[in-house]
Design a binder for this molecule. Structure first.
Ligand code: FAD
Length: 474
């Protein structure tokens, strides 16, 4: 597709139509706004637009159509693939749209698409409410919700996308639309778990639930030598645990100095973490068996304010470090799979990397599979493979470790991956077709309907032709 040349006058006229900022490669601050959480991503957009609302988003999409610029949309900039930014295109950076308004009587929250989970938790907790987010508060609400959203409340109240009542968006043709069960239901279906490929979301409305302010929490560190016993005990526990409990495990080294007030626990270990969504005493009781899976190195379980628990892992994932995260939905956690988790955690080239097992089920499995695009309602576990490292010259070894780990554990899975832990979207079509199954064709049709020219460079379940051409692996 031939692109119109971007001239300074044209950009100036465009900027005058907006209330938000426009940054070009010559603008002060350009390097800060093109940077995303993952330091391996180094893309140079032609323009970054920071809309203040629907009108600016409409103007930005109109400008992109006029100039044939591909568009990527940025929520919190935390997708490991860096899909929030694109080379030579127009980035719609939603971060200036960061309002949250809670309706305590209706138990709903209206949330703009540039917010992080910290913004949402802060406001909802003022009313003793919460909606399911992720387990790190700095992550963007938009990308996490559109891809599913797996957090500390998932087994009690479902995924983030399961709690959506409405999604407000501007589709590539410039139309403002509201998607809900009643309005544009097909679009609503696709936006719940199928990614951000159908338009630029400006706001979400979520259902909220009474949570906190204090919740029972679990944080136990066991020695790596006990990894097999711990994961076997964990597997038995989650098979019968109440839905209020949501837990995950991390196998790796994980330096946790800040958790121990100066005392370091910088050695190989398996961490079991989780929360109970209900009454604190009932929660402590329900979580107690997970504190006795072996002799702990340390046990920081107890209770704490929900917002504090939501922030507990934030410091472990600093902006600008190097990351490659991929995943597999597991059919189960047999002993042979546990052995492989132990092996890959032990041979990780970086001490910061982990192999994680997330419990699924509960309220996630209660949603009818056809009710949303999210693909893995039946999966009991999600395997998260997190390569986290510092040195640029170690990129290849770390990415390869994660890919090898994934390949080795594929026999315990049907090969489907979590859209929000997608690696660098390599083998995109094949992986996503496998992940979404019958829903893949429906998602592709939806994308063709709302974005027939492939304006959005976004990397959801179905890529645009532009994205498929330009995105690659490390
Ligand atoms: C430290 C860390 C912790 C995480 N923890 C969890 C977790 O606990 N649970 C979980 O489920 N996931 C988790 N994730 C994964 C997370 O869900 C994804 O990285 C997600 O994409 C982040 O959302 P974002 O808005 O920050 O993404 P961005 O990188 O800004 O955007 C990613 C994609 O989302 C889409 N998108 C973003 N904004 C919009 C919009 N306004 N309109 C339309 N499409 C849009 C676009 O396709 C874009 O390419 C974590 C990630 C990190 C880095």
């Amino acid at each position: 597709m031939a692109r119109a040349t971007l001239d300074t006058d044209g950009i100036d006229q465009f900027a005058e139509r907006l209330h938000g900022e426009v940054l070009t490669p010559d603008s002060p601050g350009y390097d800060e706004v093109r940077a995303v959480w993952n330091g391996t991503v180094d893309r140079h957009p032609a323009l970054v637009v920071r809309p203040t609302g629907v009108a600016d988003v409409q103007a930005a999409l109109a400008f992109a159509r006029e100039t044939d610029l591909p568009v990527s949309t940025r929520g919190g900039g935390h997708n490991v693939s860096g899909s929030a930014v694109c080379d030579d295109g127009l980035v719609i950076d939603c971060s200036a749209m960061d309002a949250v308004r809670v309706d305590p009587a209706a138990r709903t929250a209206w949330v703009q698409s540039g917010t992080t989970w910290a913004d949402v938790d802060h406001e909802t907790q003022a009313f003793g409410l919460a909606t399911p987010g992720g387990v790190v508060s700095k992550t963007g609400v938009a990308g996490l919700t559109l891809g599913g959203g797996i957090g500390h409340l998932r087994c009690a109240y479902g995924l983030s996308c399961d709690n959506l009542r409405t999604v407000e968006l501007v589709t590539p043709d410039g139309e403002y639309r509201v998607a809900s069960r009643e309005s544009n239901p097909d679009l609503f279906w696709g936006l719940r778990g199928g990614g951000g490929n159908f338009g630029v979301v400006t706001a979400f409305e979520f259902d909220c639930h009474p949570v906190g302010p204090e919740v029972a929490t679990l944080l136990v560190f066991y020695p790596a030598d006990d990894l097999r016993a711990v994961l076997r005990g964990y597997r038995e526990f989650v098979a019968h645990s109440p839905d209020e409990v949501s837990t995950l495990t991390f196998a790796g080294t994980l330096p946790d100095e800040e958790l121990f007030s100066g005392e370091t626990l910088d050695r190989e270990k398996i961490t079991v973490m989780g929360a109970h969504a209900g009454d604190v005493d009932a929660g402590r009781e329900a979580l107690a068996p997970l504190r006795e899976l072996a002799d702990p190195l340390a046990d920081l379980s107890g209770s704490m304010p929900y917002v504090e628990f939501q922030r507990l892992l934030d410091a472990d994932y600093p902006d600008g470090m190097r990351y490659y995260w991929t995943s597999l939905y597991l059919d189960g956690l047999p002993d042979a799979a546990i052995d492989r988790v132990e092996h890959w955690a032990r041979v990780a080239p970086s001490p910061l990397s982990t192999v994680d097992v997330w419990e699924l089920g509960g309220a996630i499995a209660d949603v009818e599979p056809e009710g949303s695009a999210f693909p893995a309602r039946e999966a009991p576990f999600l395997l998260g493979i997190e390569a986290n490292w510092e040195a640029p010259d170690a990129d290849e070894a770390n990415v390869q470790w994660a890919r090898d780990c994934m390949a080795d554990l594929r026999e315990f899975s049907d090969g489907s991956v979590y859209l929000n832990f997608p690696g660098f979207f390599e083998d995109h079509d094949e992986t996503m077709a496998c992940t979404f199954g019958d829903a893949y064709e429906r998602l592709a049709a939806l994308r063709d309907e709302y974005d027939p020219t492939g304006l959005l460079h976004a990397n959801g379940a179905v890529p645009s032709p532009e994205a498929a051409r330009t995105d690659g692996g490390a």
